[in-house]
Write a protein that binds this ligand. Structure first.
Ligand code: NAD
Length: 499
């Protein structure tokens, strides 16, 4: 029964409907095309529900609803917007188990991660922006004794938000929460691979959010994403996805002269300095765990530490532990409580990662762990499972330069700090980086020298709502998280008032 996992006893309602229409103006709206597409679970490669196949007509309907809602929402007091955001957070928290399971079924990631990371971060994100908007005030200053200057923040308008499949709900929340806080209304286009969790969230909050403030149109990039990104009726496009798609979105937005936020790909270095081995066992163990983080979320993380740079003097001792730890990662049914790593999100992604495993071998990289697909049984034969893989090679190889977006990391060594920095920066990307060291000088100087928007020092993969997140170089621009996001969804009107 393909839906066995959908009838979980852990939540007392059917997990997933057979099909989802668009969510527009607070209503469920059938797609103009009349068509639906299969939603495949990566757990077993079988369809478990259907989503509406959106097109330009649906996007126009959603924009109509958003523009109508904007008339009221943009004028609503910050206290009211804050109240709505807090209520959404409460609903997500109350339904955490339900949403976590749906996300796991749709995306393939292990339930223990969805439950412990994705969903709590969604809750906190809404609460953070509910708080931030209350504390934010327009600035008033006196120009002279007769003239006052008021810098008034006004919401940008109706925005388009395009979401990837790797953290389907969290990436949507990262965009929706600040937009709503700022007084914008939104049309969201989820990734076609993972449209379900956001639709279930809409079911849960339909009575809380005024109609038209959030609209969700599902469908494929060129059919539903493009009409949204090219529309002259959106005031901004916020995009998370591949660098190549980002280029297209920027071209579209340039026609309308509107701002864009680009959260794109990465090839993040995770650097282990010599002092890691001089430190106490506890720190050494923590650093080993930090290296193994490449397998978190099946490696489908834009900041996946997909390059490990290790000082040559500690290589043997350190990598022996990292390899053993990687081999101990338990792959399995993503809903099983003891599963550490689940399935890749789609067949396309699965094939892409397998092709990179071949590329790595052909380039002469040494396979230190994994290196092949994982064969699981008990109904999981057709799921998209890959062994967590470590290659050893050099930074010029394609596997070190191109985003694989899977549970694959590539290790190389360095002799000096300068060399480590040079290798770390020898990439077109600049999203995340990790540094592990016990040396006070390195702890500040190395992160300063790394060209990346986020450098974790002696930790990795933490995403608090108050820490600005975004890319350098080809990893994009604009930031998400942090109070500064409000200004990405607003414009400032200055009024010079003389009396
Ligand atoms: P993708 O670019 O293929 O798709 C992202 C979204 O864009 C989807 O909703 C898709 O339907 C839509 N889209 C595709 N073509 C379009 C078009 N012509 N016009 C409008 N919309 C279009 O990316 P993906 O494969 O879903 O996501 C993986 C990528 O996302 C990776 O490169 C990853 O690094 C990146 N990512 C970045 C961050 C970040 O914050 N920097 C976070 C998560 C993922």
């Amino acid at each position: 029964d393909t839906l066995t996992y959908a009838k979980s006893p852990a939540v007392d309602r059917p997990l997933i409907k057979e099909k989802y229409e668009h969510f527009i103006g607070g209503q469920w709206v059938a797609p103009a095309s009349g068509e639906y597409f299969d939603n495949i679970s990566p757990i077993d490669g079988k369809a478990f529900s259907k989503a509406a196949r959106g097109n330009k007509e649906d996007i126009e309907k959603a924009l109509d609803a958003a523009h109508e809602a904007f008339k009221t929402w943009s004028k609503s007091p910050a206290a009211e917007r804050s109240r709505v955001l807090n209520k959404i957070a409460d609903v997500i928290e109350d339904n955490l188990e339900l949403l976590a399971r749906i996300e796991t079924i749709d995306n393939g990631k292990a339930l223990r991660e969805t439950r412990a990371a994705d969903l709590p971060l969604c809750v906190d994100h809404f609460r953070y922006f509910a708080g931030v908007i209350r504390a934010d005030e327009s600035t008033i200053s006196e120009h002279d004794e007769h003239t006052v200057s008021i810098a008034l923040h006004e919401p940008l308008g109706v925005v388009g938000q395009i979401i990837p499949w790797n953290f389907p709900l969290l990436m949507a929340v990262w965009k929706i929460a600040p937009a709503l806080a700022a007084g914008c209304c939104t049309v969201v286009k989820p990734a076609e691979q993972t449209p379900t969790s956001i639709m279930v969230l809409m079911e849960l909050i339909a009575d809380i959010v005024p109609a038209g403030v959030i609209n969700v149109v599902t469908g494929f990039g060129p059919e539903a994403g493009k009409p949204l990104a090219t529309s002259s009726r959106v005031a901004k496009v916020a995009f998370t996805g591949e660098t190549t798609t980002g280029r297209l979105i920027m071209q579209y937005a340039s026609e309308n002269l509107i701002p864009v936020t680009m959260e794109l790909g990465g090839k993040s270095p995770n650097i282990f300095m010599k002092s890691v081995a001089d430190a106490d066992d506890e720190f050494f163990d923590k650093a080993v765990e930090g290296a193994v983080m490449f397998a978190l979320n099946q490696g489908e993380v834009c900041t996946c530490p997909s390059r490990i740079l290790v000082h040559e003097d500690i290589y043997d001792r350190f990598m022996e532990r990292v390899i053993a730890r990687t081999k101990a990662i338990k792959l399995g049914h993503p809903l099983a409580e003891d599963t550490m790593m689940g399935a890749q999100a789609s067949n396309d992604q699965f094939e892409k990662i397998l092709s990179y495993l071949e590329i790595g071998k052909q380039e002469g990289a040494e396979v230190l762990a994994g290196g092949a697909k994982a064969s699981l049984n008990s109904g999981l034969e057709n799921g998209y499972y890959i062994q967590p893989t470590i290659f050893k090679g050099n930074n010029k190889m394609r596997i070190f330069q191109e985003e694989i977006f899977g549970p694959v990391t590539c290790v190389t060594t360095f002799k000096t700090t300068e060399e480590a920095i040079a290798i770390a920066n020898d990439t077109m990307y600049g999203l995340g980086a990790g540094l592990w060291s016990r040396d006070a000088h390195e702890l500040y100087q190395v992160p300063r020298a790394i060209q990346a928007g986020r450098v974790w020092v002696n930790c990795y993969h933490a995403y608090p709502a108050h820490a600005p997140f975004g890319g350098y170089k080809k990893s994009g621009f604009g930031r998400e998280n942090h109070a500064m996001m409000l200004n990405h969804y607003r414009q400032t009107k200055n009024m010079l008032i003389s009396y």
